[in-house]
Design a protein around this ligand. Sequence first.
Ligand code: PEP
Ligand code: MN
Length: 368
Amino acid sequence: MIVNMAEGATEREISHVIERVREAGYQPHVTRGTTRTIVAAVGSGRRHEIEALQAAPGVENVVAIAQPFKLVSRQVKPHRSVVRVSGVPIGEDRVVVIAGPCSVESREQLLDTACAVKKAGASMLRGGAYKPRTSPYDFQGLGLEALKILREASELSGLPVVTEVMGTEDVDLICEYADMLQVGARNMQNFNLLRRLATLRKPILLKRGPSATVKEWLLAAEYLLAGGNSEVVLCERGIKTFETETRNTFDLAAVALARDLSHLPVIADPSHGTGKQSLIGAVSRAAVAVGADGLLIEVHPCPERALSDGPQSLDFAGFERVMSGLREPLRWLAEPLLVTHRASVERGNGVGLRQVDQSNPEFSGWWN
Ligand code: PEP
Ligand code: MN
């Protein structure tokens, strides 16, 4: 249930409502906007007592939360959230590009990649240390050694790093080395892992499960917020369908839908979403056009030698081309739209362009 306070409700009236929500057996979650305050009653309690708050002073109305997810819902928090990963804001007016190899394979491989992706305009570095592989005979990741290499690459390049955590037993160790923890697609509904990550003060990148509906994905995010960690970024990475030409079917509409339903930032992973180098550029542009707050792209110094996900990894030149190609939408947009970016998406125009990465002088001012 949501208690919408009237414009100009006093602090005393707001505190009273919070107190009554607690008394009714719910957890109060307060969102303060510029003109209005919303008090959400989350959990299970005595619903009729919340409904009765309609008559309390300073209350505009009481409405039900339409969706099963609550804290991730835009109904509870209408304004978009920004998640900061060691200084890099995800969800603000620029597309954050996270790039790097599927797996960390060696010090040289990662340092070279960090340098190349930074030069091309990436704001964060990725690399797997613990790999979820379909076959137990495939490369499983370098573990702790990879974490150390990731940290070194981060210090040298200045790029914060994200890496996957597969099990609760690895959480503490990974937290020592990574700026953000990735929950991989296969673990989206590992509820024990989600509950553990909810207790951290670390941003989480939550990938959509290969067979998960958008609702299930948002409910997985709800575990993190309900447990106390609201630093969550959602990542669409393609789902299983009958199509076999692509590795997964990248669900473009889900990017826009998740941003409609939730205030959390949403990024797109065209690498796992397609499985094909040749499609990364087009799908990246499409994702940005529907409002993605960022992109996760696999880059390897020599994809043909990659120990995992070579066919979908870009080499350095390919990555630079994709970054440059993000300029292309300007050509097909009508003149008046050239000056619009996030504001346009927020107004519901559906098409928006934003700066790709202002930290790289080469890219600044593209969209202005
Ligand atoms: C990855 O990011 O390398 C990865 C394994 O992703 P996903 O969980 O989306 O398959
Ligand atoms: Mn991969």
